[in-house]
Design a protein around this ligand. Structure first.
Ligand code: SAM
Length: 238
């Protein structure tokens, strides 16, 4: 306990409360600590579509970086959910299979529910690209399904949100957010291994929630990593 706190404990309660109030008032007005709400004191975010209408959403910036860094693993028979967003842009997939539980997704080669064991086959893929999907599933069940579908030596490139608005189009399905540590535990319980990395910082997290795009976050703040404020958690799982 700091000396100031020890001293504060000796003060009578009313005096202590007054002191705490005044410390707050002083801190709120110190140069560099005074907040200027400027453009961000608004009711609605700048974008209702995560920032896609302004540029690249902030979480997608980190996901792109992660895919780029691991693109050598996107090879052979590759499975991706909803579209070939990353397996087309990165790596050298020999075949791409698109899966979705949504029967309305005409781009899907396979309509299957990841929550159901064996629904995407066994020993079938060299790589599974699973970005921003697990929050809609029973995560351990879905991860076990992915594990079963991987060939020996295969990898899954997985990303999950640490922060982010709820999905306005699927509010009843969008269920989870993770800390990197929590995601490591989820993986472990599903029998997968891999080093989970968190990406982001407080400004990037705020920008994401406000619906701003990565292009609007001044460099080098976008690339600075602060382990206390992850935006996404990413893993190469085996
Ligand atoms: C937010 S989108 C992300 C898609 C894409 N991977 C990306 O990064 O943009 C989530 C997708 O997961 C699908 N999905 C949700 N739950 C699922 C499940 N249990 N099995 C298969 N797909 C599921 C949804 O239908 C939707 O297409």
């Amino acid at each position: 306990m700091s000396a100031v706190r020890r001293l504060a404990r000796l003060l009578p309660e009313p005096v202590r409360k007054l002191a705490v109030l005044n410390v707050g008032r002083v801190n709120r007005n110190l140069p560099g600590l005074r907040v200027d709400w400027g453009d961000i004191a608004r009711r609605a975010p700048f974008s209702q579509v995560y920032g896609w209408d302004r540029g690249l959403p902030v979480d997608r910036h980190y996901i792109e970086q992660f895919m780029k860094a691991n693109e050598r693993l996107i090879a052979g028979d590759v499975l991706e959910v909803r579209s070939a967003l990353y397996s087309q842009k990165y790596g050298s997939a020999a075949t791409r299979t698109i899966v979705d539980v949504d029967e309305g997704n005409k781009a899907a080669d396979l309509h299957a529910d990841l929550n159901v064991a064996g629904s995407i086959g066994e020993n079938r893929f060299d790589c599974v690209v699973l970005t921003q999907v697990l929050q809609y599933t029973d995560p351990q069940a879905a991860l076990r399904t992915v594990k079963l579908a991987l060939r020996p030596g295969g990898t899954a490139l997985i990303t999950v949100p640490c922060v982010g608005r709820t999905d306005p189009e699927a509010p009843d399905m969008d269920q989870w957010r993770w800390t990197p540590r929590g995601f490591a535990v989820t993986l472990e319980r599903a029998g997968l291994t891999g080093e989970v990395q968190g990406f982001g910082n407080s400004l990037a997290a705020a920008a994401l929630l406000l619906g701003l795009a990565a292009e609007e976050v001044p460099e080098p703040r976008l690339t600075e990593q602060d382990v206390s404020f992850p935006v996404v958690a990413c893993v190469v799982a085996r």
